[in-house]
Every structure is written in C-alpha cells, then in structure tokens.
Design a protein around this ligand. Structure first.
Ligand SMILES: [Fe+2]
Ligand SMILES: [Fe+2]
Length: 319
C-alpha cells in the first residue's frame, strides 16, 4: 500500500478497498497497537499451548505417537517464535524487544489463550486437544489469512498447513480410542466432556469489546467470535456423533430454519473473564511456572545465541 499523505482516513479507505499493509508501510498508531496486541497474544499462546501436551510426551503409548506429539510441540514453539518476529518488528519503534515480549506473559502484560488454562489429565486429552483445539485454531487462523496485514497473512499460510497435521494427529488418536476397549471409549468421552465446554469459550464472548470491533473495521480480522463458534459447532457436532460419542449440552440444537443457527449453553462468562484476566484457571499458575522456568533457565542459551550471531555478523563484515 502506498500512502502519500499518511492520513488515517485514506488508510481506512484503502483497507476497505481490499488493499494490504506490508512491512515498512505507514500505519496509524492504533492500527499498530491492535496488530501488536493480536500477534503478541497469538505468539505467546502458541508457546503456552505446548505445555498441556508436553505433559503427555513421556506417557505416549507408542514410539510413533511420541514422535508425532513431539513434532507437534516443536511446531507450536516454532509458530510462537515466527510470530514473535512479527510482533518484534512492530514493537521496535516503541522501544520493546523480543525479551520484553516473551517476559510479558509472566507479569500479566499479555494474556494467553483461554483453553490453555485448562487441565489435560488423560492421554485422551492429548488427542482431543489436537482434534478440537487445533481444529478450532484452523477456523480462526483460516479467517486471519484474509488479514489486512500482509506479513501476518503470509506467515499464517505455513502455520495453518502445520495446524492441519496437528488436527490429523489428534483425529488419529481419537479414532484409535473410539474404536478401542470400553475403558478407552470412556476415557475419550470424559475428555470430550471436559473440552467441549472449553471450546464454547475458545472463540471468546458473544459480545465483542471495542478493541475487537476496531480489529474488524481495520480488517485485521474478518469474522466475529460468534461466526467462528458457529462454524466450529457445525463442523464438529457431526464428527463427534460419528465417533459414537455424546455431547452433554442439553441446550445444543440447530434451528431448523435458515440460517440454521446453533444454540448452546453459554459458558459462565464471569468465571471466564476472571480466569483470562487474573490467571485463576485450573492450570493457569502451573503453566506460568513452567514458562517462568523455561524463560529464566534458558536465558543463558538465548544470550549465547545472540553472542554467536553478533560474532558471525562481524566475521561476515570483515570478509
Ligand atoms: Fe500452532
Ligand atoms: Fe497446532
């Protein structure tokens, strides 16, 4: 996008006409702030999302499952660091670097995704996270492929491709359990009972706040929370029933008339808000403690990598 006069009105017109903003383009301050908020939280959530699954690597039932789960976790950490590069570029004019962005989750300056505050007490949870959470992430991230910020959309192409492998891993675990013994089927049912209500708050509140509204106006995102949730429900209700599993939400039904809206039991939004704002979920503090251990315990490795990078730069400059 080429904006000669750098006016906010022109910027909004260009976005509405479907033009994209690229690296180095001028952007209004509030657009930059909203991008940082979105991409920073996304990056940190990818990293925090690795923890519930990491707990299950050593208990994976076969070497193939262990390798696949390990690869998924490495992908998620990779997604986090790729996205941090974007957030870092956007934050540089504000004087904030990667260390600050990584540290922010530890002192509550950035939230992490609501579902990663929940517990994953059985192997079936590791499968259901891939099946439902990565399945939900694909819906959100496919919407973000149309984002007005081109570097984010480009990066998401690769991320979404990898998320589809994660979903297939989860689906494979879920199918194995669904066609297993009674004990395995019960373990799967219990995990679905835990994660379905979490998926109802995965996409966020029905009423979106002013910042989310602004993200829609700027086309950083292109669908509402409720539109995304409806898409998820429509896709997953038949899949879960096809596994021979049940959904315990008695208010879950689809309107027979167009637009065939799905009704569901609303999550306890007060409980939800408290959890995401004050880290009071069942596993919030435990996961933050793991993150703190990694952040502080591996500071030497980041420092050494930066030193090595600086040395290579000096050598390259003298060749
Ligand atoms: Fe990911
Ligand atoms: Fe994933």
């Amino acid at each position: 996008m080429d904006l000669m006069h750098h006016s906010k009105e022109e910027f909004i017109e260009q976005i509405a006409a479907g033009n994209k903003v690229d690296t180095g383009d001028w952007m209004p301050d509030d657009y930059r702030q909203l991008l940082i908020k979105q991409i920073h939280m996304h990056a940190i959530s990818e990293i925090m999302g690795a923890y519930p699954e990491k707990e299950w690597v050593k208990y994976a039932p076969t070497i193939q499952r262990k390798l696949a789960l390990n690869a998924k976790i490495q992908d998620e950490i990779g997604h986090g660091h790729m996205l941090l590069r974007l957030a870092e570029d956007l934050s540089a004019p504000l004087g904030r670097g990667r260390e600050d962005l990584l540290h922010d989750v530890l002192d509550g300056r950035v939230k992490f995704h609501n579902v990663f505050h929940m517990s994953a007490p059985s192997w079936a949870d590791a499968g259901v996270i891939g099946f439902l959470v990565d399945g939900g992430a694909i819906i959100t991230q496919a919407m973000l492929l149309a984002s007005s910020y081109a570097p984010y959309a480009r990066m998401l192409k690769r991320i979404v491709a990898e998320e589809s492998f994660h979903m297939q891993f989860g689906e494979s675990v879920v199918l194995a359990l669904a066609s297993g013994t009674e004990v395995q089927r019960e373990m799967l049912q219990q995990a679905i009972n835990r994660w379905w209500p979490a998926m109802m708050f995965f996409f966020g509140p029905r009423e979106m706040g002013p910042q989310s509204q602004r993200m829609l106006e700027y086309r950083i995102r292109t669908m509402t929370n409720e539109e995304l949730r409806q898409k998820f429900i429509a896709r997953y209700v038949p899949r879960i029933h096809a596994l021979g599993m049940t959904l315990s939400d008695h208010e879950l039904y689809q309107d027979p008339d167009p637009p065939h809206f799905w009704h569901y039991t609303d999550p306890d939004w007060d409980w939800f808000n408290d959890m995401v704002h004050h880290n009071t979920g069942p596993m919030s503090q435990a996961r933050l403690a793991l993150r703190r251990g990694a952040q502080e315990g591996l500071a030497w490795a980041r420092h050494a990598a930066l030193q090595a990078h600086a040395t290579i730069d000096v050598r390259a400059a003298t060749l």
